[in-house]
Ligand binder design. Sequence first.
Ligand SMILES: Nc1nc2c(ncn2[C@@H]2O[C@H](COP(=O)(O)OP(=O)(O)OP(=O)(O)O)[C@@H](O)[C@H]2O)c(=O)[nH]1
Ligand SMILES: [Mg+2]
Length: 314
Amino acid sequence: MTEPQTPEKKTDATPYRSGVIAIIGPPNAGKSTLLNHFLGQKIAIVTPKPQTTRNRILGILNGESYQIILLDTPGLHKPRELLNREMVRIALDTLAEADVVLFLADAQVNKPEKLEKLGNEFAEYLRQVTCPVVLALNKVDRLDKTQLLPLMEWYADFYPFAAVLPISALHGDGADLLVDELVRLLPEGPQYYPDDIPTDATERFIAAEIIREKVFLLTREEVPYSTAVMIDSFQESVDNRPVVIHATILVEQPSQKGIIIGRKGAMLAEIRKKAVLEIARMLDQRVSLRLWVKVKKKWTSNEQILRELGLSKS
Ligand SMILES: Nc1nc2c(ncn2[C@@H]2O[C@H](COP(=O)(O)OP(=O)(O)OP(=O)(O)O)[C@@H](O)[C@H]2O)c(=O)[nH]1
Ligand SMILES: [Mg+2]
C-alpha cells in the first residue's frame, strides 16, 4: 500500500523575495498593458500608437512571499527630438536600478528582416545589462501557434535570456508563470512598500496622463506627439463637491491648437468628456475638468518644460 499523499506544506523556510523589475522593450510592445494587468488596475495609459509612455511608471505587486517593484518605461527607439532622447534615457536609466530586466517584445514581429533590425538595435541596449533578463513574447493571442516555436528559437540564439515565455498582457495568458519566473530570479529582501500602495504616481500625474491618452486616441499623425498636458490646479473635494481640475494641453503649432479644439470646440469637448469619466472613476469622486489649449513653439526641445513634465534630469 502506498502512503496517502499529503499536500506540500508551505514552511517558514520560503524566503521573502523583493526587488526591481524594469520592463523594457520597443514602443507598442504592451509594456503598460502588462503593468496594468499585474496591478489589476489602470495606472499607466495605453494606446495603439507607439511612444505613448514618456515617464518611468512604478507599480508594486505583492504576493505572500514577494514584493515586485515594476518599472514601466518608454519604448526604446531611435530618438531625434530632445523629448525622445529623454524618453530613451529614462528607459535606459532603469537598467542600472533593476534586479531583473523584463524584456517585452511583440510576438507579431516575426519576419526575418524585422527581427534582424530589432536585434541590431537591442543588442546595443542589452550589452549594458549585467542582471538576468527574462523575455516575454507578448500578444500571442494574435499568433498562430506554429509561429511561436521558431520565434522562441530566434530569441534564444539572440541573447542568453534567463527564461523565454509567451504571454498575452491583454488577456493575462501566461502572466502567472511569468510572475513565478521573475520572483525566482529576485534576491531575498525586505518588503519595501506597504501592502496597499499600488504606485508612487500622484493622482495629479495620472490625471494628466489620462487627458493625454484621450488626445492620443482622438488625434492623428504628428498631433499626439506634439502634445503634452500640464495640470494647472487640482483642488480636492470639499463638502462632497467635485474635485476641480484645471489643465493645459500644450501643442507646438497654431494649426494643432485648431485640431485639438475642433469645429465649434467639438474635439476638446470629446477629450474632456472621456477624460472626466475616467478620472472620476480613478478618484471615485465627481470631477469638474476645465481644459485650455496653448501653443508653445518647440516645447519638445525646451528643457524647462521637459523638466516640468518630469522628463529632464538636469
Ligand atoms: N492583441 C493584443 N494586444 C495587446 C496586447 N498587449 C497590448 N496590446 C495592445 O498593444 C497596444 C500597445 O500597448 P501599450 O501597453 O500601450 O504598449 P507599450 O509597450 O506600453 O507602448 P509605449 O508606451 O508606446 O512604449 C495597445 O493597443 C494594447 O491594447 C496583447 O497581449 N494582445
Ligand atoms: Mg507604455
